[in-house]
Design a protein around this ligand. Structure first.
Ligand SMILES: Cc1cc2nc3c(=O)[nH]c(=O)nc-3n(C[C@H](O)[C@H](O)[C@H](O)COP(=O)(O)OP(=O)(O)OC[C@H]3O[C@@H](n4cnc5c(N)ncnc54)[C@H](O)[C@@H]3O)c2cc1C
Length: 334
């Protein structure tokens, strides 16, 4: 017989792992379905020199170390893991959630969505092939490898400038391929370049092709009218187009905002009963590890209370006054 888990958590970053710590510790059978462990907290390590310095309890810790601790704790309370991509979710007439993954179908009584955001891709041929082999979405993470190298950064807005600034300190040469940069550009690119002699700016352009063998070797820069402008030999290409919530498969299942983020209330409940969301995937304004972890805990407690109510058990309130008030009301009702 197929096991129906009390809780299925989608995503193994700080939000998902924290949710699983709480649900498994409360005795709920829990499965985490995730591509990998750690999520975006890992972009601080192991390659970057930066550590996380704002997670309470640690003056400085690498993302890898912090996320390994989260994972260990979730496993110690009995959480199960499946390493797979979630493709589709739906609810049947018996209020059971079905999660279609690249490794089969999983069923659960509640669902916690904690699958964060994904870097936007350029959408050019072979982009995926060179990911980690010359193509990167995080200048911080690969800064060390760029010492004395020729690199290109493509994108727009402040993110691309921040990455260019970082890379110009270590790389021999940086090509800044700026998507806009024409009349009306809100950012003063001339001023930005003043003290960066190793940066060459190419405005109104993008990258239309990435070339190489085992790893990336060159890029084709495309002009404003789609014409191929020039081929540039590079060791690295950094794509800085921002992040997006890949929530297409949730359309019609839970309410999303205009950016595709999952709408939640203050208890991490979504528009569908039994479905909760936590961390960067939600429409909350602030994105930090501690916030995702806090959301995970909240979503887990809401999932627990949802099941308790359905099963005739007592919901858990950490607010003792709310509990007392509820008991008094219950006595009145009797
Ligand atoms: C450059 C940078 C530096 C940062 N520095 C800090 C910092 O110093 N301190 C700090 O507190 N925060 C920092 N942040 C923010 C922080 O990393 C995030 O807010 C936090 O990691 C988000 O956690 P999350 O669990 O919500 O999502 P994520 O960490 O993104 O986790 C999502 C998980 O879901 C998985 N997943 C995604 N889609 C699917 C799918 N369809 N099927 C299965 N699994 C899926 C992913 O593989 C991943 O494991 C930084 C972010 C960036 C970009």
């Amino acid at each position: 017989m197929v096991e129906i888990y009390d809780v299925a958590v989608v995503g193994g970053g700080s939000a998902g792992l924290s949710a699983a710590i709480f649900t498994s510790r409360l005795g709920l059978s829990t499965i985490i379905i995730t591509r990998e462990i750690g999520g975006r907290a890992l972009i601080n390590s192991p390659y970057s020199r930066r550590s996380i310095e704002n997670y309470p309890g640690f003056l400085s810790i690498t993302g890898l170390e912090l996320m390994s601790r989260f994972e260990q704790q979730a496993r110690s309370y009995g959480a199960n893991f499946v390493f797979a991509e979630v493709l589709k979710v739906w609810e049947d007439g018996n209020s059971i959630f079905h999660i279609l993954t690249t490794r089969g179908e999983i069923e659960s009584y509640t669902l916690i969505l904690a699958f964060g955001e994904t870097p936007k891709r350029l959408e050019v041929k072979d982009e995926e092939k060179y990911e980690g082999r010359g193509i990167s979405y995080c200048a911080y993470c690969d800064l060390e490898e760029c010492k004395g190298k020729v690199v290109a950064v493509v994108g727009f807005g402040e993110r691309v400038l921040l990455s260019t600034s970082l890379l110009s300190r270590v790389a021999e040469k940086v090509y800044l391929i700026y998507w806009w940069g024409g009349i009306g550009e809100p950012i003063d690119l001339t001023r930005f370049l003043e003290d960066k002699k190793n940066v060459e700016l190419i405005t109104l352009s993008s990258v239309s092709e990435v070339k190489g063998s085992d790893r990336l070797e060159s890029i084709i820069v495309q002009g404003p009218f789609g014409e191929a402008q020039r081929e540039i030999k590079v060791d690295y290409l950094f794509i800085e187009l921002g992040f997006e919530a890949k929530t297409d498969f949730l359309k019609g299942f839970v309410e999303l905002d205009e950016n595709g983020k999952v709408k939640t209330d203050r208890d991490c409940c979504t528009s569908r009963a039994g479905v909760f969301a936590a961390g960067d995937i939600t429409d909350s304004r602030y994105k930090q590890i501690v916030i995702s972890a806090g959301d995970g805990a909240r979503a887990a407690l809401s999932a627990y209370n949802h099941l308790q109510r359905k099963r005739g058990g007592t919901p858990l309130y950490t607010d003792i006054f709310a509990l007392k008030k509820q008991r008094i009301l219950e006595r009145f009702e009797d």
